[in-house]
Design a binder for this molecule. Structure first.
Ligand code: HEC
Ligand code: HEC
Ligand code: HEC
Ligand code: HEC
Ligand code: HEC
Length: 472
């Protein structure tokens, strides 16, 4: 048996030879593992499902949910539960004594008396809901698909080319009330405000909740002569005030899928914005979707396509960690964004990407090839929606960081860190795929090409800083 000392010295000899022989290679391997730029890879991160995040306000879609004493309208409302149907029922005949303009569903008619709402709504994505991205897919679509899509994008029955009765065994028939012009208007005023020719809206000073009907009489009481009909003499017989218009749950039917609707990947539905909102401090503090998306009643519904609006949602910081100007030293920087102003995941839907980008710049300020690294904030699924690839969306207060590490290019004199927004990215990829396979035929492809171009052009820079490396 060899004693320990001898084993050690024998090993040292072996090691000594190894270092001499492999030294050069070993250093190179070490260099490659530690100092070569690590080509950035999008992490396979999967944000936790919502049931793991504590809810802060009750679920107003649930008839059993507890009534909030301080705000009963934020709880289940049977009127709202019936308000959005697929499709919304035909309005039928308007009252015979109405003018043509009162008896019209066209947004332009509403706009003759409500010009501000019309002008704002025309800039909104609700109005653009039947754009080329949708119409290209609906060329030759089956009735069931039209119904599945239009229930959110153009929900009034007058916007459906064909309808099916509710009786058992009913089949789709051409719709005599179809208005092809109205269809192109997307989610219109009527989609949110008109049912059976009655206008519904938020309460006002003149229209308290329930004020449009005389108070119910108790037995033996005679009619209360003090009741004045607030709708007396108003166009379209005035309106009925409903508390739901000022509650987040008003938006839920189209901004969330419910159980049994659509795909569930990693225990998360494709859209669950209201359910996300319920888990935020903003919800607990009484901020609704309308607070941010309809400030002072504005019908602009600004969202991910609007740069200034998105800038209210995040804070970004960039930090240079290593200059990368010494031998074997990579250039390192960190770019972090935090959700400080979106009361749901940022972004909430699978379509947009918020992209953190760092790259090196040459003297002229141009990006140097091969130095760019990107981190996608968003939820990527396979195009067939069979699998979630990653979900890096951020709840309020959460952050994501791109840790940049790359060899410093010889010509590098600056570093750019920026946040880009690609509002239509998932759809852009879909369009690209469908166009390459001519999936929707020549007619569909021609329309989808327009959608593809628009989705590519919609990208913008939301935040940007650059550092002069020479002066550091
Ligand atoms: C001829 C003019 C006129 C036309 C056309 C018209 N409205 Fe009105 N609307 C009014 C007036 C006047 C009021 C009452 C305003 C008030 O009391 O504050 C009103 C009230 C409303 C309200 C309730 C507002 C609130 O403060 O809650 C809604 C919602 C509404 N209209 C929607 C529509 C829609 C949707 C259309 C088209 C389908 C339409 N209106 C067409 C004149 C019109
Ligand atoms: C009847 C269905 C429906 C209702 C109700 C509804 N929405 Fe939408 N909303 C849509 C559809 C469909 C789109 C997408 C349209 C498109 O991009 O083609 C959309 C898009 C949006 C966007 C995205 C804008 C962007 O930049 O991408 C915002 C923000 C929004 N809605 C806010 C709201 C708010 C707030 C409410 C409640 C007051 C609400 N919506 C109610 C159907 C609805
Ligand atoms: C539950 C409501 C809902 C249903 C059902 C729905 N969508 Fe949407 N869709 C939305 C919302 C909300 C957005 C906007 C998301 C955003 O702005 O990030 C959207 C965005 C889109 C967009 C991208 C924006 C645009 O207009 O170019 C297209 C295309 C689209 N939907 C097509 C469809 C098709 C096709 C169907 C049917 C298979 C469908 N949608 C069903 C709610 C819905
Ligand atoms: C996505 C649903 C939606 C669509 C589409 C929509 N509205 Fe509204 N509207 C609302 C909500 C919600 C409110 C209440 C906003 C609040 O009080 O915070 C409202 C409020 C109103 C009011 C009351 C005054 C005010 O501005 O608060 C009028 C009038 C009105 N809408 C008219 C229209 C007209 C006209 C159109 C079409 C040009 C239209 N709305 C399209 C949801 C909608
Ligand atoms: C405290 C302000 C705030 C509240 C409350 C809020 N949002 Fe947003 N929302 C934002 C901001 C900021 C953005 C832009 C950044 C982003 O896309 O997340 C946004 C984006 C969106 C978008 C664009 C698409 C996307 O994928 O992000 C939709 C749709 C949307 N919100 C719907 C809603 C609905 C529905 C509610 C209520 C359940 C709601 N929001 C509540 C601030 C808010």
């Amino acid at each position: 048996m060899m004693d320990r000392k001898r084993v050690e010295s024998a090993l040292n000899v072996v090691l000594g030879i190894a270092i001499v022989v492999f030294g050069g290679i070993a250093t190179k391997t070490y260099y490659e593992n530690n100092y070569q730029p690590k080509v950035f890879e999008q992490p396979e991160f999967h944000a936790a499902p919502l049931y793991k995040v504590e809810a802060k306000v009750p679920d107003a879609t649930d008839p059993e949910a507890e009534v909030q004493a301080d705000n009963p309208h934020a709880t289940f409302d049977p009127w709202l539960a019936e308000h959005f149907k697929a499709p919304v029922d035909l309005q039928g005949d308007a009252p015979a004594d109405w003018t043509e303009i009162e008896a019209s569903l066209s947004p332009q008619s509403c706009g003759t008396c409500h010009p501000q709402q019309l002008a704002e709504w025309q800039t909104s994505w609700h109005h653009l809901g039947m754009g080329p991205g949708m119409m290209g897919q609906l060329v030759d679509a089956k009735d069931g698909m039209v119904k599945a899509c239009q229930r959110c994008h153009a929900p009034n029955a007058e916007q459906y080319p064909r309808l099916k009765g509710s009786e058992e065994g009913a089949t789709y028939q051409d719709n005599p009330s179809f208005d092809s012009e109205l269809r192109t208007e997307g989610l219109t005023c009527a989609g949110c405000h008109v049912r059976d020719w009655t206008r519904f809206g938020p309460e006002t000073e003149t229209h308290a909740l329930g004020s449009e009907t005389p108070p119910e009489l108790l037995e033996g009481e005679t009619a209360d002569s003090e009741w004045v009909d607030p709708n007396e003499g108003l166009p379209h017989n005035g309106f009925v005030a409903k508390g739901a218009y000022q509650e987040a749950v008003f938006c839920e039917r189209c901004h969330d899928f419910r159980d049994g609707e659509g795909k569930v990947l990693e225990e998360k539905k494709l859209q669950e914005t209201y359910q996300e909102w319920r888990r935020t401090d903003a919800a607990a503090e009484g901020q609704t979707c309308q607070t941010c998306h309809m400030p002072d009643g504005a019908h602009t519904f600004k969202g991910i396509h609007d740069k200034e609006f998105v800038q209210t949602g995040f804070e970004a910081t960039a930090e240079l960690k290593r200059l990368g100007d010494k031998p074997l030293e990579p250039l390192e920087a960190e770019l972090t964004i935090t959700n400080v102003g979106a009361a749901h995941r940022m972004p909430t839907y699978t379509t947009p990407r918020i992209v953190l980008i760092v790259e090196q710049l040459d003297q002229s300020g141009a990006a140097i090839d091969g130095t760019r690294q990107e981190f996608m904030v968003g939820r990527e699924t396979t195009l067939s929606l069979s699998k979630e690839v990653y979900d890096t969306r951020i709840l309020p207060g959460e952050s994501r960081t791109l840790m940049y590490s790359a060899e410093r290019a010889e010509s590098a004199t600056g570093l750019s860190a920026r946040v880009e927004v690609w509002p239509d990215e998932q759809y852009r990829k879909n369009y690209e795929n469908w166009l390459s396979t001519n999936m929707y035929g020549d007619e569909g492809s021609a329309i989808l090409k327009e959608a593809f171009d628009a989705a590519t052009d919609s990208r913008y820079i939301a935040w940007e800083r650059s550092v002069d490396l020479a002066s550091q």
